[in-house]
Write a protein that binds this ligand. Structure first.
Ligand SMILES: N[C@@H](CCC(=O)N[C@@H](CS)C(=O)NCC(=O)O)C(=O)O
Length: 215
């Protein structure tokens, strides 16, 4: 069997999602850092892995895969021990809706390239970045909290075991804390995240576990 290699960046939330999935499915892998701050993701070596110039990229089963949610769904479909998506269509729809609310609505507007652009337009780049992050993460997680207001929510976002939605939520919450987003109205989110963070697969994927020594 070929080596599984994750090309990632320690603080990338899309990479963090995939690290959790690999850990949950007990897939051993090697991590190759792609330094976003040094622009390595836009260099030819990484563009050959992912023409979008984004992380993560996962080399597995002799293929190079991109897009974190598509990777998670692939792993779910090909690994017999995987149950990251529910077996019923309505359950899958809900887990995807929760996942997309983060990965397609909150995450893209808070991406490095977007935020650097916002900073360039401002006289006070750091303040502009903090205000931007707090607005979009705060509003997005507020909506996510309301999406969890239903009987399908259990110990985790959907039922009583972690699904792809939890794999999206925990990295997004890491970012929310980093930017000091007010989470006082997000009780369900914080309780679910606490349960997730206690699980070894989530703990081992935390950015602090792969942070470079200088951080
Ligand atoms: N939809 C993609 C998003 C990937 C993505 O945006 N990755 C970020 C890090 S979390 C990145 O590479 N950003 C580099 C940039 O914005 O220049 C996925 O889920 O894999």
């Amino acid at each position: 069997m070929s080596d599984t290699v994750l090309f990632d960046y320690w603080r990338s939330s899309a990479s963090y999602r995939v690290r959790i999935a690999l850990n949950m499915l007990a897939i051993s892998y090697r991590s190759v850092p792609v330094d976003l701050l040094a622009g390595e993701h836009k260099q030819a070596e990484h563009l050959a892995r992912n023409p979008q110039g984004l992380v993560p990229a996962l080399e597995i089963d002799g293929q190079m895969l991109t897009q974190s949610l598509a990777i998670i769904e692939y792993l779910s479909e090909t690994r017999s021990n995987a149950d990251l998506l529910p077996s019923d269509p309505l359950g899958r729809q809900r887990v995807r809706a929760l996942s997309y609310a983060i990965a397609m609505d909150i995450h893209p507007v808070c991406n490095l390239g977007v935020v650097f652009h916002v900073m360039q337009q401002s006289q006070d780049p750091d303040a502009a970045r903090s205000a931007w992050m707090r607005k979009f993460i705060g509003e997005g997680l507020g909506a996510f909290e309301r999406m969890l207001d239903g009987p399908e929510t259990g110990e985790f976002c959907h039922g009583d075991q972690p699904t792809m939605a939890d794999l999206c939520l925990v990295p997004q919450l890491y970012n929310a804390r980093r930017w000091k987003v007010d989470l006082s109205a997000c009780r369900r989110i914080t309780a679910i995240a606490e349960r997730c963070e206690a699980l070894p697969a989530f703990a081992a994927a935390h950015p602090d576990r792969s942070a470079p020594a200088s951080n």
